[in-house]
Design a binder for this molecule. Sequence first.
Ligand code: GUN
Length: 295
Amino acid sequence: MAELIDGKQIAADIRAEVAQAVKQLAAQSVKPGLAVVLAGEDLASAVYVRMKAKACEEVGIHSRVILLPAETNQAELEKIIDELNADPAIHGILVQLPLPPQIAERSIIWRIDPAKDVDAFHPVNVGRLAVGDSDAFRPATPAGVIELLLRSGHDPSGKLAAVVGRSNIVGRPLATLLSLNAKGGNATVTVCHSRTPNLFGITRQADIVVAAIGRPEFITKEAVQPGAVVIDVGVNRVDDAGSEKGYRLVGDVAFDEVAEIAGAITPVPGGVGPMTIAMLLSNCVKAARSIASTA
Ligand code: GUN
């Protein structure tokens, strides 16, 4: 049976570190502030936004949640971004994705002040990360995966890693982090996706497999070599008539069968999910520190 990588515990450790850093900033009269913007009524997004705000309060970060109707237009959302960019009490701005279809996501992301872009989605921050700037923001979920690996004793350095999924939010920035010549990097990385031939043949060679493709239980035991470290980024709702809610959450990994052969594995829930929030908090402190030092 694989070792279980406890994302809840590792995230709690990071949150305690963040709370400590918030105290140190308080001594300099700086209180980090995060604005979370949610447009529309997507249920999962609403849950995430509430969790992010609650996590902020718990570590002493000021949080402001801005809920907008689904019919919000481009100009209205841009005006809100401009106000948050100018607001000295706000150090981090997070626009929850996906946005309603009438809004051009890219121009909203590009409008956020890169110094406040705690998601690290602005091209300036994507570029800084890609060229190995060690002060760059790291996007929360990929950074969470790296921290899980390091803190559970599975340093990616010198390993073969297969990242399954190529999204801007997870797969591609994670491939960047894993391949950087830096702590948490130095892996040899293959990015697999829907057009990859013989995908399982590639993942089966990997020492580290990260599943971030958004397909329930896609990674089966045939996709994993014995002893590999398996990190599951997926969160999928599948119908389950036997459960109270009528559904259950599963990852992108067929957990039970993969756990039989893997060396280590993350559960869903309780793996990558809590890490995403912990790393967001860490980015808010980083933003506040950096803005305070240039003010
Ligand atoms: N939607 C899914 N993941 C994320 C994330 O990390 N940040 C934002 N803003 N939206 C998301």
